[in-house]
Design a protein around this ligand. Sequence first.
Ligand code: WTA
Length: 650
Amino acid sequence: MSDLTVSDQIDNVLHETRVIAPPEAFAAQARVSRERYDELYRRSLGDPDGFWADVAGELDWTTPWRQVLDWQPPHARWFVGAETNIAHNALDRNVARGLGDKRAIVWEGEDGEVRTFTYSQLLAEVKKAANALTALGVQAGDRVTLYMPLVPEAAIAMLACARVGAVHSVVFGGFSVSALADRLNDAQSKVLITADAGQRRGGLVNLKANADEAAKNAPTLEKMLVVCRANCDAPMQPGRDVWWRDALAAADAEHEAAALDSEHPLFILYTSGSTGKPKGVLHTTGGYMVGTYLTTQTVFDLRDDDVYWCTADVGWVTGHSYSVYGPLLNGATVVMYEGAPNHPDWGRFWDVIQKHRVTILYTAPTAIRSFMRQGDDLPGRYDLSSLRLLGSVGEPINPEAWMWYARVIGGNRCPVVDTWWQTETGAIMLTTLPGAHPSKPGSAGLPMFGVEPAIMTHAGTELGPDEGGLLVIKRPWPSMFRTVYGDDERYRRSYWEEIPGVYFAGDGARRDADGYVTVIGRVDDVLNVSGHRLGTMEIESALVAHPSVAEAAVVGRPDEVKGESVVAFVLPQVGYEVDPVALRAHVSREIGALARPDAILIADALPKTRSGKIMRRFLRQLAAGKEIQGDTSTLEDPGVLERLAATPFV
Ligand code: WTA
């Protein structure tokens, strides 16, 4: 835990009182009405086995479960004894129910190229990819790492892994060589699927070159499958590297999805925690499938003719649950866009919506704030009338951005759902249901089915309405992660023992008298930069790995667009000078550009207690340009704050 108290943050919460009723036309036809939500929510807590069995019963299982939930705290098994396959449910099942000719993926490249896959076509590709993986020696349980641009092959590769029971670990294409190597090694991956390059802002990101570098330090890696996205001229290592299209061309067209135990691991996704290196969040098959299926259907009020676009990259959990698994399980048409939101200009998202007649848009507050800065004119030049529902995810959305999103993008006709969840929760946990619930801008809202949240003190005392505290979840839910890959002790300690008996989310929050939960932000040393989680420790270790740095402390500072930005305080190594340009480049190399400090302060000392603990609270105040507040008497060197305040950031 950091020394940032929840009450510090609560003071910053906007005193927001607006309540926005669901647009009438939408409410009149909503999939879930307010009464229905109440009834279903009550049942999901009162009769969870019956509730979840009914939802799961809408999907295909090759062997039925003996028991819905086996809860041996903190370990849960859902749909015990059952066998299924999530790729079968996303593809074969939808083809079997007549959706074969429906568009599954409509992909647009940054260069404007469009590729469309119907459910039948997507199934055919996934079958071939599954056979190709098998031909490369991949077996159920093996780990396969993906390091890819946002191209249809990324989704195809994920589904192909799921089809054969291989555990995918997607590493965001913006991560560095060493971040990739760490993740390959932690997962002990056998195969890496990558592309020659990805397109970003008109340029190329040479993923294959990074993959080759990382592979040098990844001894478990046997094969590399390479998608051609750019020029197909990447150097290939004989015996190890295979072009994706050659592998698929040689693969058999028929493939039967493996019947996998409900608890068979589906994927690992690395995310930042407050201590140590990123942790591998492990999700399994049955519960994750049921959770993403239900939440996509109800939160996005999905209809047969929707064109659904979640802008997240598959490198993040939102891309897993709401660009791939959730919508495909529901037979939806999914839009994928490869590139940057500002290429060729800030109208690109609106262009994609106009061109593909997108009806549901799910994006992040950081993007919304960037668009807001460009003014209302730009979106006004596009036809956004196809939109009927808007979603937000990844960080708290400030009420002004919420209102702008609803008015300028949603034309006051689209409900906005602010969805709170985490890599660990697998699926949306808190939100309003569109058409059922009024919105309170800035507040995520009510619990999804089966979710029992509470606000507690660190000592485990439950708090009442409007009292700020720690967000916890009081019972297991199907899409919860099962462990930290290879470190079950960390799973117990970080999530279930912080406050014994409940799931500790790491977020500060309060709940009002109507039950709406407002999530304020992390209470641990995790930053949320443009909706991406970064551990301060991770960045600090990257900084001290540079020869010029003796010691480093990283904090976040509020940023109008990114939500938070990275600020580093560094102590130079004796005999060295810190070059901020070189240091930023170094952090990009160690982690990725997203972790690069916005501001660096070269310090002669850090504010420490006599026991040597860095008092980050003061660093946060300095970073934000605020007056120093709080008890400074425990500082070992009382003059340090004054000296730091007089030093400019570089
Ligand atoms: C934050 C992303 C406020 C929160 C799905 C959480 C949010 C972390 C919201 C998880 C929201 C996510 N309102 N905060 N609607 N959604 N967060 O694992 O701090 O990348 O703990 O999952 O993002 O980030 P992650």
